[in-house]
Design a protein around this ligand. Structure first.
Ligand SMILES: [Zn+2]
Ligand SMILES: [Zn+2]
Ligand SMILES: [Zn+2]
Length: 348
């Protein structure tokens, strides 16, 4: 993600901030300009310091889960990210409320990234045929409810926002990585498969060449994966074991990793991170000198991101915590991500 600054005093701001720590001005995120705007007060319509226009906060600001802005002349109650919520938990339950807050942090970061990729994201509440919506729910005895995607509805189980439960699931499923942002990125990948590929035979043919035949029975494929696990040497073709279950899952996993890499590359770029290790080989040198969202060749983004990911993993190991990016990306997986990168860029 980009680094933001206060419009009043230029202090750096995090994406989630509602106030500048230094000058105390209120602030909020404008998704149309991809900028943080700052305000002297939050009375009625706030006037931004930067461009003197009036704004209101999204209605979810009152719960501390959203700092996005809506131009005052616009009568929407919810911002672009919150308008996607179809079901939110019962907020009178404190535990649920805390989980919802965590889900919203991940969801807003997802929606920011989709905006950076210029991907359309209509709400299913107003566009039943092509929209997307989120159901944040708990299982309450109904064991059939799972985190997943179906026809533009992304369901995320509230229990995934509980770090103890998530770590337990991660160990049980032998996953090296399990996070809320990872869930969001994966599930929204299924939605974009429908939007970008499903009705285009030429693109589908290209998809099949890389990911395999998606007409394979999905239920059977998943059963077989849960019974037999991933084939040996899966790392040579896939980003994760789960990606081997079915071409749709391979797509959603590769899509999620594409988004991971783009976000890390963007953050590194805006912080001016460059890597020059004290090694005789020059292979790990690099700097992300361009904003990755403006780069047409995915291989270029990948090559520049690779040394940075090595540094981040090494820093994490210094602190005794797991690698930030615990995956090996093989050449066929880079090909899959290149396909996704080009599909998104050509769709613009
Ligand atoms: Zn400030
Ligand atoms: Zn909002
Ligand atoms: Zn999936």
């Amino acid at each position: 993600m980009k680094i933001f600054e206060c419009g009043n005093c230029s202090n750096p701001l995090f994406f989630e901030n509602t106030r500048c720590e230094k000058c105390g001005h209120f602030c909020g995120f404008s998704v149309t300009d991809l900028k943080m705007l700052s305000f002297v007060s939050t009375e009625v319509s706030m006037i931004s310091d930067r461009e003197r226009r009036p704004y209101n906060y999204c209605k979810n600001q009152q719960f501390g889960v959203c700092n996005w802005l809506i131009p005052a002349e616009d009568d929407r109650e919810f911002c672009e990210a919150c308008a996607l919520n179809r079901t939110i938990p019962d907020l009178s339950d404190d535990e649920n409320f805390k989980k919802w807050q965590k889900l919203e942090v991940a969801k807003h970061r997802l929606v920011y990234q989709l905006a950076r990729l210029n991907l359309a994201l209509p709400s299913k509440i107003t566009d039943e045929a092509n929209g997307l919506c989120f159901d944040f729910i708990s299982r309450q005895g109904d064991v059939d409810i799972m985190t997943g995607h179906a026809n533009g509805v992304v369901t995320i189980l509230l229990s995934e926002a509980d770090s103890v439960h998530r770590e337990l699931m991660r160990t049980q499923m032998s996953e090296p990585y399990r996070t809320l942002i990872g869930h969001f990125r994966h599930e929204v990948g299924h939605y974009y498969w429908d939007q970008l590929l499903a009705s285009d035979t030429r693109k589908l043919d290209a998809f099949k060449k890389l990911f395999g035949d998606e007409s394979l029975d999905y239920g059977e494929a998943l059963n077989s994966y849960y019974q037999n696990g991933a084939p040996i040497n899966w790392q040579q073709q896939y980003i994760s074991e789960y990606a081997t279950a079915h071409p749709w899952e391979d797509w959603a996993e590769s899509w999620a990793h594409y988004l991971h890499i783009m976000d890390m590359a963007e953050t590194a770029h805006f912080f001016g991170v460059s890597v020059k290790p004290k090694l005789s080989s020059k292979s790990l040198r690099g700097a992300i000198d361009e904003d990755p969202y403006t780069v047409s060749r995915f291989e270029k983004i990948f090559d520049r991101w690779m040394p940075v990911s090595f540094v981040i993993n090494s820093l994490n190991r210094s602190m005794g915590i797991p690698d930030a990016y615990p995956f090996v990306v093989s050449p066929p997986v880079i090909e899959k991500m290149r396909f996704i990168h080009e599909l998104i860029r050509n769709g613009k």
